[in-house]
Structure formats: structure tokens, C-alpha cells
Ligand binder design. Structure first.
Ligand code: ZN
Length: 103
């Protein structure tokens, strides 16, 4: 199970799925006062807050799935994966490396 490979410090981002240090991002469920959070890396959180206002996040983009399903996020994601191939991925490589895992 690959979830066991993820340490507590780097549980991985719920949005871009990279195993990078995250900080809690609030995903407010329908009832607004929600305490539900998803681990979110700095890059994604930054993008999310630049793209949507707090009201939009609360009313329309209040789950991980909704944000993932948005075309703007998908575009950002493609860009992000290019950016971080060198910097962040390198230190993670030996640990989680399994040939053919993504095929
Ligand atoms: Zn992320």
C-alpha cells in the first residue's frame, strides 16, 4: 500500500498529489462552519486563494473534487508538475520508486 510510504511530515497534497510538505487548507463543507480540511501544499493553496474568493470557495469550491475538476486548476496542475520535477521530486525519488507504478 503506497499510503504507508508517506510519512507524517509529507503526507502529500490532496490536490496535486505530490508528496511535499503540506499545511492544512480549509475545505469548508456545505454547512460553512465546517472543520474539514485537506492537506494542501503551498503552491496549491496559493493558487486556490488567488483563483477563487473566500465566498466562491465556501459556496462553490468547497470540496477537493470540485477544485480538481475545474479547468483552471487542471491547467495549473500541468504547469506545476513541470515546475517541480527538478526541485521537489528529487528528494523523494529513492523512497517511493517503483518501476511501472504509474502505468
Ligand atoms: Zn499541491
Amino acid at each position: 500500500m503506497w499510503s504507508l510510504e508517506i510519512g507524517r511530515m509529507t503526507e502529500g497534497c490532496a490536490f496535486c498529489k505530490r508528496k511535499v510538505p503540506t499545511r492544512g487548507h480549509h475545505v469548508v463543507p456545505r454547512c460553512k462552519g465546517g472543520t474539514e480540511t485537506a492537506p494542501t501544499c503551498h503552491s496549491c493553496e496559493d493558487f486556490i486563494h488567488k483563483t477563487w474568493s473566500h465566498n466562491e470557495l465556501r459556496d462553490a469550491f468547497n470540496t477537493v473534487e470540485r477544485i480538481l475538476g475545474d479547468a483552471r486548476y487542471q491547467k495549473f496542475l500541468r504547469w506545476l508538475h513541470k515546475q517541480h520535477d527538478t526541485a521537489v521530486f528529487r528528494s523523494q525519488r529513492n523512497r517511493a520508486r517503483k518501476p511501472g507504478r504509474y502505468r
